[in-house]
Design a protein around this ligand. Structure first.
Ligand code: SAM
Length: 214
């Protein structure tokens, strides 16, 4: 089922204290919202939120913000969020293109991109969340040596993303084309919804970790 049009999704979000309305007002002040100066990590395109909720549960000293473009998908994450008591997780309904309007330079410690939409047509390459254009946006909000971590099952998108890292002037810290059999990179791996589904189908999962040369 396409989830984009679930009735009441927008209303449910407007009422929830966990979905931040007008997030640009917190630019440079996210620490105030969380009430502490712990590192802030974001997931862009979080889908139903399994990954970021698990991280927030397991790491109470890190602040998390899950970002999702569509209300109806975000509503699923919200339902999961409301099942547990978490002081360190908020959500934004936002297109990732707006990230530099929402976070100040150096405000974000790490960015997770999981199973991002591949946008297979060349003319849509700029929309891929691992395009050089998106790396430039990440650069404007990440702190020095802050990481981008990207997972996908899509080999073509992975090739494109490795090339983007270089083109954008970033440094590849680590990469694998078979995460679940990589002793080092798989340690502490938290599965996303898509990852669980694809690996159950026998697909290998690719992962890269990159940071910006400064
Ligand atoms: N990360 C989840 C996972 O691994 O299970 C969901 C993966 S799903 C293929 C990609 C998600 O990214 C979708 O929910 C989509 O709506 C969201 N998305 C795509 N482009 C986006 C953008 N520009 N800004 C925010 N979210 C986006």
């Amino acid at each position: 089922m396409r989830l984009r049009n679930i009735r009441g999704a927008r209303e449910a979000m407007l009422e929830s204290p966990y979905v931040i309305d007008a997030p640009e007002q917190w630019k440079g002040r996210w620490a105030e919202l969380f009430g502490n100066s712990n590192p802030i990590q974001i997931e862009v395109g979080m889908g139903k939120g399994r990954f970021i909720t698990s991280l927030a549960e397991g790491n109470p000293d890190i602040n998390y913000i899950g970002i999702e473009k569509y209300s109806s998908v975000l509503l699923r994450a919200l339902q999961r969020r409301e099942e547990g008591e978490l002081h360190n997780l908020y959500y934004l309904r936002l297109d990732a293109e707006a990230l530099p309007e929402i976070f100040a330079p150096e405000e974000v410690d790490r960015i997770y991109l999981n199973f991002s939409d591949p946008w297979p047509k060349d003319r849509h390459a700029k929309r891929r969340l691992t395009s050089p254009q998106f790396f430039q946006r990440y650069d404007r909000i990440l702190k020095k040596h802050g990481l981008v971590e990207f997972k996908t099952d899509n080999q073509e998108l992975f090739d494109f993303s490795l090339a983007s890292v270089e083109e954008a002037g970033w440094i590849l810290k680590a990469s694998t084309r078979d995460l679940h059999h990589d002793g080092l990179l798989n340690e502490g791996n938290v599965m996303t919804e898509y990852e669980a589904r694809f690996s159950a189908e026998g697909k290998a999962i690719c992962k890269l970790i990159a940071y910006r040369k400064r």
